[in-house]
Write a protein that binds this ligand. Structure first.
Ligand code: DGL
Length: 264
């Protein structure tokens, strides 16, 4: 029996990762959980984020997964080690692939990082970037209002543009050449963010790199699917599905399965 890849986030943001994995591994079945009843994670304490992440992992593990993808930077920053003790399948986070992708892209090694208050507070990106590249100069900034805007589906409104301008204008003086979108919700705001920081700054959306890491991890463990199986996709949320479904439809296109509401 072929098992699925389990993916979770606090809400719709992890769909950016879901979509990249679907492209990279078109025959693998995927189960996604968006913890929409408790979004945002990024304003909560480490203990709470860890507790929610473990509950999400249990839910997915009960459905027989072969790998767990933590498609949430906030959760990746705090709970990877806890999740590795919770489930007996490979656990893949988003921070390491994002940091590596940024260093590969940046010429000057002057790198900006934006994320939730919890992710930026954890210093996880700055620490890793400096570990890989001691000469890196890292400027970090929390942008907490971006997550509710994306959850609302407001990816291109005047309010969103103004919010991005207020948050990000300071980056113009920092001389960065690369900006890590250190929250999986932020790629949905890519064009708004690019407009404010200018076309000279490369935006790093770690979804593609994460998908490559998932592929490598499955290959390493002999877990890649054989042949051209028809994949199945399951989407779950912990609160009303309607708004999630609208964003998912917009983002993943037609053919997404009905979104089911579950209790954890
Ligand atoms: N998308 C998540 C992240 O990457 C969580 C955002 C939130 O719930 O605050 O950090």
């Amino acid at each position: 029996m072929n098992r699925s890849i389990g993916i979770f986030d606090s809400g719709v943001g992890g769909l950016t990762v879901f979509s990249a994995i679907r492209r990279a591994l078109p025959h693998e079945s995927l189960i996604y959980l968006g913890d929409t009843a408790r979004v945002p994670y990024g304003t909560k304490s480490a203990e709470t984020v860890i507790k929610y992440s473990i509950q999400n992992a249990h839910f997915l593990a009960q459905r027989g997964i072969k790998a767990l993808v933590v498609a949430c930077n906030t959760s990746s920053a705090y709970s990877l080690e806890h999740l590795r003790k919770t489930v007996d399948v490979p656990v893949i986070g988003v921070i390491e692939p994002g940091a590596k992708a940024a260093l590969a892209k940046s010429k000057t090694k002057h790198i900006g990082v934006i994320g939730t208050s919890a992710t930026i507070g954890s210093n996880a990106y700055a620490r890793l970037l400096k570990e890989y590249e001691p000469n890196a100069r890292v400027v970090s900034l929390a942008c907490p209002l971006f997550v509710p805007l994306v959850e609302e589906g407001w990816t291109d409104t005047e309010v969103t543009k103004l919010t991005a301008k207020i948050y990000l204008e300071s980056f113009r003086n920092e001389n960065i050449d690369t900006l890590i979108l250190g929250c999986t919700h932020y790629p949905l705001l890519k064009s708004v963010i690019q407009e404010v920081v200018g076309s000279g700054v490369a935006l790093i959306d770690s979804a593609e790199t994460v998908a490559e890491s998932v592929k490598d991890e499955l290959a390493k463990n002999g877990l890649l699917i054989n042949g051209n199986a028809r994949p199945s996709y399951q989407l779950y949320v912990t609160d009303l599905p309607a708004r999630f479904e609208a964003v998912a439809l917009n983002f993943l296109g037609k053919g997404i399965p009905p979104v089911k509401r579950v209790e954890l």
